[in-house]
Write a protein that binds this ligand. Structure first.
Ligand code: AVJ
Length: 317
């Protein structure tokens, strides 16, 4: 088993964030806590729903663009992935790049991290695996590969960037720029603005997997910080707000109720909406403006057919 750097958030971190969110108006909870073991499983299931085009389209785009990506990326990279997920995209990337030296996934779900890196280690015995269990929004000291890498390539697929508000995305991109260094690069996947119906369907699949994924946040917090949410007293709501070019996801209270945690009580009115996730969609213009704020520029771009999804190669400006 490869050495694991474990910087997983403590129960106190999660409790502090939960209390802060429940004390806010409107109430909110952080989508980063979706990804416990069950949440990561449910997300994998989302990626197989017919309405959820993002993963399918990005995988096909990555596969089709891999020769061009390999040509644009400098040789012998240390590949650092933010949020490792199932490893399907990683496989395509590691197989297609010229002589990757090491692979460091930074992933908040310990179970997802270990499962994925174990499979990748088998498939790529020549690439050193250096997993880090951590919240990638915090600065993470990179493990040093045994063989020296030419540079760092940050891999940030899935349009996970879209889960961050502009300010949070800016600070994340700044820390990414520091992680990659002056000679580094980043390959970022972004979902693109398109018709509202297509986007909205992706976050409201008919089988109800996304709803189960959102509601699992409450079960997770009940277990890990001792809240007493009744998941059957809330329903999933996801709407595309064109003016803000994002999906806004809420858990809506279906009755008057109270939630207790750490000796404090929080009242929910019938119909009260608690904000739990944003998924921003980008245009070339909005994306350029965002990364410019973090001192980055686009050096190459690849779009899926119909501009359904994009991959961007970035480097310090
Ligand atoms: C983890 C960013 C890829 O926002 O599309 C999927 C998470 N939430 N369905 C997204 C998610 C609801 C997802 N990403």
């Amino acid at each position: 088993m490869p050495p694991l750097t474990d910087l997983h958030p403590t129960p106190d971190d999660i409790l502090g964030d939960t209390l802060e969110g429940l004390s806010s108006t409107p109430k909110r909870l952080s989508s980063k806590y979706f990804y416990d073991a069950r949440g990561s499983q449910l997300f994998e299931q989302i990626t197989r729903q017919p309405e959820y085009y993002l993963t399918r389209v990005e995988l096909a785009l990555l596969e089709a663009s891999m020769p061009a990506i390999a040509a644009a990326v400098n040789d012998c990279p240390h590949v650092v992935e933010y949020g490792s997920g199932s490893g399907r995209k990683t496989r395509l990337l590691l197989a297609g790049l010229a002589d990757p030296v090491a692979y460091t996934p930074i992933e908040i779900s310990r179970s997802a991290l270990l499962a994925s890196v174990e499979r990748l280690a088998e498939a790529f015995p020549g690439i050193e695996m250096l997993p880090v269990c951590a919240d990638f929004t915090q600065p993470v000291p990179l493990p040093r590969p045994e063989r020296e890498a030419g540079h760092t390539l940050v891999f940030f697929p899935g349009s996970t960037l879209g889960n961050f508000t502009a300010d949070a995305a800016e600070s994340l991109l700044c820390s990414m720029r520091k992680t990659m260094g002056a000679r580094g690069q980043a390959l970022v996947g972004i979902d693109l603005v398109k018709d509202a119906a297509t986007i909205e369907a992706a976050y409201n699949d008919a089988a109800g997997v996304t709803a189960a994924f959102t509601l699992n946040l409450l079960t997770r917090l009940n277990r890990d910080v001792g809240t007493d949410f009744q998941p059957d007293g809330f329903r999933h709501q996801a709407r595309y707000v064109s003016e803000r070019e994002r999906i806004e996801t809420f858990l809506v209270s279906t009755r008057d109720q109270e939630v207790q945690v750490d000796g404090r009580r929080f009242h929910f009115q019938d119909g009260e909406a608690m904000q739990v996730e944003y998924s921003h969609k980008y245009t070339d213009a909005s994306f350029q403006a965002l990364i410019a704020r973090a001192g980055l520029k686009v050096v190459e771009r690849w779009n899926a057919p119909g501009d359904a999804f994009g991959l961007r190669l970035l480097q310090p400006a």
